[in-house]
Write a protein that binds this ligand. Structure first.
Ligand code: DX5
Ligand code: ZN
Length: 224
C-alpha cells in the first residue's frame, strides 16, 4: 500500500481555512486530519462539528477526525453527521472503547484507536480486530508544533510487526511532530499514514507535502 499523507488543519490559518483546505487537497493530500479537543481530555480547545460541516463541501477526500475528548461516545453522531469518514478515539479517554468502536462502525464510518506516547502498545491489542486504524501519537496530544518523540519509534515498529504477523487490515497512523526531518524515521518504522500539521501548514503547502512524501517514500522503500 502506498504511504498516505494526512495534513492536520490545526496548523492552518483559520482566517482562511477554506483556502488552506483546498491548497492541501490540490497538493495531493490523501486524507484531511481534523483535531478535536475539548479542554478536558487535553488542555486545549479547537473545533467542533460545525467546522467539519463547513469545510465538508470543499472536497471529497476522507475526513480523518481525531477525537481528543472525554466521553468520545457522546460525539460520534455529531461528527458523522458533519461528514467524518473515520473517527479515532483514545484508549485513555473516559469510555468503553469496544462500545465506542461499535457505535462508530454502526454509524457507517471507520473506527480507529489511539495511543498516547506513554501508553504501551499492548493496550491497543484488544481492539485491533475491531478497528480500521491504529494511531500512535509521537507527541503528547494537545498542541500542534511540538517536538517529535523518537522514543516512540520502537512502539511503531512493534505495532507494524504485530499487524503484519496477525495479518490485520489496520492502517498504522503516526501523529505528532512529523515533518521533513522526522518523516523518514516514521516511514521506516512502518507507518502507513503520516499526519503532519506544522510540517505542511500554513505556507508552501504544496512544496512541504511533496517533500515530506518523497522523503517518507524513499525511507519506506529502504525498509523493504
Ligand atoms: C496533537 C494533534 C496533532 C497535531 C499535529 O495533539 O493530535 O494532530 O495537530 O501537529 P504537528 O504535526 O505540528 O505536531
Ligand atoms: Zn491529531
Amino acid at each position: 500500500m502506498p504511504l498516505k499523507i494526512a495534513p492536520s488543519i490545526l496548523s492552518a490559518r483559520f482566517d482562511r481555512l477554506g483556502e488552506q483546505v483546498k491548497e492541501a487537497v490540490d497538493a495531493g493530500a490523501d486524507l484531511l486530519h481534523i483535531d478535536i479537543m475539548d479542554g478536558h481530555f487535553v488542555p486545549n480547545l479547537t473545533m467542533g462539528p460545525v467546522v467539519v460541516k463547513a469545510i465538508r463541501p470543499l472536497t471529497r477526500i476522507p475526513f480523518d477526525v481525531h477525537l481528543m475528548v472525554s466521553r468520545p461516545q457522546d460525539f460520534v453522531k455529531a461528527f458523522v453527521d458533519a461528514g467524518a469518514d473515520d473517527l479515532t478515539v483514545h484508549v485513555e479517554s473516559d469510555h468503553d472503547p469496544h462500545a465506542t468502536i461499535k457505535l462508530i462502525r454502526d454509524a457507517g464510518v471507520k473506527p480507529g484507536i489511539v495511543l498516547n506516547p506513554a501508553t504501551p502498545f499492548e493496550k491497543a491489542v484488544p481492539y485491533l480486530g475491531e478497528v480500521d486504524l491504529l494511531l500512535v501519537m509521537t507527541v503528547h496530544p494537545g498542541f500542534a508544533g511540538q517536538a517529535f518523540r523518537a522514543d516512540v519509534l520502537p512502539k511503531i515498529r512493534e505495532a507494524r510487526r504485530y499487524l503484519d504477523v496477525q495479518r490485520l487490515r489496520v492502517d498504522l497512523q503516526v501523529d505528532g511532530g512529523v515533518k521533513l526531518d522526522t518523516a523518514p524515521f516514521v516511514a521506516q518504522a512502518g507507518a502507513d499514514i503520516l499526519v503532519s500539521g506544522s510540517g505542511i501548514f500554513p505556507d508552501h503547502v504544496r512544496e512541504n507535502l511533496r517533500r515530506i512524501r518523497e522523503a517518507a517514500q524513499s525511507a519506506a522503500a529502504d525498509r523493504r
